[in-house]
Design a binder for this molecule. Structure first.
Ligand SMILES: C[S@@+](CC[C@H](N)C(=O)[O-])C[C@H]1O[C@@H](n2cnc3c(N)ncnc32)[C@H](O)[C@@H]1O
Length: 364
């Protein structure tokens, strides 16, 4: 057998090891033996050539599925919205992405045109309050029309990529999206309006989260109004301790039965057993923290163990996972550990360097 025929057929057809074995009517282990150079029966070689021919004469939609498959473990430095337009339709098993939350965590997280001084952390009061406001950049009262447009502009931003996500996913393919508590509903609406079905909202339960709510009594104390400070003891401004982050679970509709869709595309159902093995539970609230030495690559980093569980839940081995807002490459690391392929796109070259390093560390 020509060396690498099995690998070539898998790359060109986009078939998983199991799906190719099924098509050839053999056990997957047999395929591994042929791939490692063991004599392959002529009938099997012919069958694989037929599959290659069929794939190269197939309509562009099918052919291009393979181009995506060839993007094995690619960390791409590009705009994740524009780059998706170059990917073929129906080619991706899962999109797993921690998108910008639109809460002004950093410059990359500012997705609207609001430049009023309070939002930018530059009002007189905020300047007096110091770094905390400057960094957090959020509308304090939502009094201006520019503040009130922020959620709408976030929806508009999500709508720039949601239709492309739908296009590149296989029928039944999953989009798992980390989105912030404040604007997640706008993300869900944009996904729905693009044609996704919203299946569930999972919660990532974080072991550590800091309570930042400001003490009202402290404000009165600073003003010298001590009676008011005593009266408002215990009252705070801001949020409760943010111990969970929502994860949107949406999927691309499929036209056949779920069983047929699984045979055709290997996506649509979910692997509860694998999820349970990864998380220790069956619940849509998932506890996960960072392993020792794991954190510190990105200010919005997510634990690889959590991402692994989500990948195991929705995909089979060898599947293509896409992350258009990849940051420090946590999704790519998780995909590699689960033996999936990953196309991770990030536009900041510094983060791309970190992501590549994290992936290459896995090889050593
Ligand atoms: C929430 S962070 C992802 C962090 C990641 N989960 C991790 O563990 O490192 C979102 C990332 O999206 C990137 N980003 C924002 N807009 C982008 C765009 N249009 N194209 C590509 N990357 C983008 C930001 O630079 C940021 O690193």
């Amino acid at each position: 057998m020509r060396r690498g025929l099995v690998a070539e057929v898998r790359a060109v057809t986009g078939l998983s090891r199991e799906a190719l074995a099924r098509k050839l009517g053999i056990a997957p282990g047999q395929l591994d033996e042929w791939a490692s150079g063991r004599q392959t029966p002529k009938s099997a070689v012919d069958a694989m050539h037929r599959l290659l021919e069929k794939a190269s004469s197939a309509p562009a939609r099918t052919r291009s599925r393979v181009e995506a498959a060839r993007l094995d473990d690619a960390i791409v430095c590009a705009d994740g919205i524009e780059y998706l337009k170059t990917l073929p339709s129906d080619s991706v098993d899962m999109i797993l992405s921690d998108i910008p939350y639109g809460i002004g965590l950093d410059d990359w997280d500012v997705l609207h045109a609001n430049t009023n001084s309070a939002y930018m952390g530059e009002s007189a009061g905020q300047k007096r309050a110091g770094a905390v406001f400057k960094r957090r950049r959020k509308p304090i009262n939502g009094w201006s029309s520019a503040d009130r447009r922020i959620p709408k502009e976030y929806y508009e931003w999500c709508s720039t990529w949601a239709p492309e996500w739908l296009r590149v996913l296989k029928p039944g393919g999953t989009a798992m999206v980390f989105a912030g508590r404040r604007l997640v509903h706008r993300c869900i609406a944009a996904l729905e309006d693009a044609g996704f079905n919203h299946r569930d909202l999972l919660a990532w339960h974080r072991p550590t989260a800091v309570l930042r709510a400001q003490r009202l009594s402290g404000i009165f104390q600073k003003r010298g109004e001590l009676a008011e400070a005593a009266r408002w003891r215990g009252w705070r401004v801001g949020n409760l301790r943010p111990t969970f982050e929502p994860i949107v679970w949406a999927f691309k509709p499929y036209k056949v039965t779920i069983a047929d869709n699984m045979l055709d595309h290997e996506v649509g159902a979910f692997n509860l057993e694998a999820f349970e093995a990864a998380t220790g539970g069956r619940s849509n609230v998932v506890d996960a923290g960072f392993e020792s030495g794991e954190a510190g690559h990105h200010e919005a980093q997510k634990p690889v163990r959590l991402l692994e569980a989500l990948i195991e839940l929705c995909t089979v081995r060898g599947a293509v996972v896409l992350d258009p807002f990849a940051g420090s490459g946590s999704t790519a690391v998780a995909a590699r550990k689960c033996r999936r392929r990953c196309v991770a796109i990030e536009r900041d070259p510094a983060h791309v360097r970190v992501a590549k390093k994290r992936l290459s560390n896995l090889d050593t």
